[in-house]
Design a protein around this ligand. Structure first.
Ligand SMILES: [Zn+2]
Ligand SMILES: [Zn+2]
Length: 244
């Protein structure tokens, strides 16, 4: 047996014994047996058409939401799998407590389904970086738990270091919508030869406002990217956004 095969066997034995000691629990309902059960997956409120061409918010009819009628974005399009509510919200919150790569792999499969429905030509995939103080607190970026398996699932080049947060920003939730945009401009920095003429796919767990994606898209395009797309697992939907 070669050393890589031995390592693989040891890893699988280790994972099996961990499962025996700490059997996986569903991140949505807590049921023992798997990290994300079939029932929870089927209870996610999926974002289906009609939705806004740009930001992916559901619309009553038509292809632009009220927000996108009044803002000009620097990203080309964004889509989310489901609403940030119920079991999906629970699963995402569990990411923030535990570095659960198995859950990331399961949820990334649903993001891959969303991507398969788009006609985007993507060259590189990057997680949206966390603010440095958050990264220091948590020790990992939960967006990365989705971005890495998604890159593998879709056969895309993973570029974890092309985008980073330059300095601490004031906590976004303390600010109003207009101030969020101001606060985030200048928070990101992008670099890397692979950005030249590239179409970048940003990956995040939740899209709350378009401000983060927009600020990231500005620096990515300044650094040479041609197009910037984004896919998130969930999206918060305000009823007021659902334009006609
Ligand atoms: Zn469940
Ligand atoms: Zn929109």
């Amino acid at each position: 047996m070669g050393s890589s095969k031995l390592l693989k066997a040891a890893k699988s034995l280790y994972a099996t014994s961990l499962d025996w000691l700490f059997p996986p629990r569903c991140a949505g309902c807590g049921k023992l047996g798997e990290v994300w059960c079939h029932a929870c997956r089927s209870h996610v409120e999926l974002i289906r058409e009609p939705f806004c061409d740009l930001c992916g918010s559901p619309t009553v009819q038509g292809n632009h939401c009220l927000n996108c009628a009044s803002w000009e974005y620097n990203f080309d399009a964004a889509r989310a799998w489901g609403r940030y509510s119920g079991v999906l919200r629970k699963a995402i919150l569990s990411f923030k407590r535990r570095h659960n790569t198995q859950l990331g792999s399961e949820l990334a499969k649903s993001m891959a389904e969303v991507l398969a429905q788009q006609s985007w030509e993507v060259n590189v995939l990057a997680p949206v970086p966390l603010a440095p103080h958050r990264l220091a607190q948590r020790g990992y970026n939960q967006a990365d738990l989705l971005a890495q398996p998604l890159a593998t699932e879709c056969g895309l080049r993973y570029a974890g270091s092309i985008l980073f947060r330059r300095h601490e920003t004031i906590k976004q939730f303390e600010l109003g919508a207009a101030q969020r945009w101001e606060n985030l401009l200048g928070a990101f920095q992008a670099q890397g030869a692979e950005l030249h003429n590239a179409n970048v796919l940003l990956v995040d767990d939740i899209m709350t406002t378009s401000a983060t994606l927009n600020a990231a898209a500005i620096v990515l395009k300044k650094a040479g990217a041609r197009r910037v797309y984004a896919v998130t697992l969930a999206k918060t939907i305000l009823e007021a956004e659902q334009g006609v």
